[in-house]
Design a protein around this ligand. Sequence first.
Ligand code: SAM
Length: 231
Amino acid sequence: MTDREHPAPPQPAGAITEEGLSHEYYWRHMRRRGRATRRTAREILALVRRFGRPGPLLELGVGLGFLLRGLRDQLPPATPLYGLDLDPLMIDYARQVTAGLANVHLLVADVRAPLPFADASQQTVCLEHTVHHLDSVDGVFREIARVLAPDGVCVLIDFDPRCWWSRVFLFGYPWIKRMRIPWPIAEAVYRSLRRSLSFAELERLAAAAGLRVVHRARRRLDHLLILARNS
Ligand SMILES: C[S@@+](CC[C@H](N)C(=O)[O-])C[C@H]1O[C@@H](n2cnc3c(N)ncnc32)[C@H](O)[C@@H]1O
């Protein structure tokens, strides 16, 4: 089944995502990104193999579930995968996107609360564009350090507010807005970029929670960090 063939589950009219987009718009836009998401899944798993090892994987802020499905498609079928999201409508979508896939477990939960997983139970924890949604990340990083296995890694992808593209975008978007071009995704990216943390801020918060950065890759608008436990 291709990404376009997933029918959207019925949504209450006017339901809004955490990013401030209507659910219906978010679904229509994001489901076209299936190929890019599979590329990201390949990139993540290559780094997991380099800095850790594949095993139980937890995605915090699973959204529509495309990344989790991409990861599942490239891991041994018995690997348990868990996806967690605050928004029950996102979990509805993710259930459709991962329907029929064994070992995928989805749950509605807030990542700012203690994670419902045992200590050292996960080989990989992923956050793809989730961190900029959070008002505070120190508690989340501490929980990640707790649930990660000693040789596990956390893969964090989020907008990089200091990169060249972000600076151009942050500078240029208010002009686009003034021209009244209806471009809700750009508006959401602009809001997200303004809430994003720089590499230095993330590194400092991770260190305070007992995690260290072992790898950093710059992408166009975002950066990818690999965090490992200090001990
Ligand atoms: C950009 S989306 C992730 C996209 C996802 N990787 C995919 O492939 O579709 C970020 C997600 O984080 C979720 N989120 C925001 N704050 C959260 C919180 N406090 N706890 C759990 N999930 C949260 C949002 O509901 C949203 O679905």
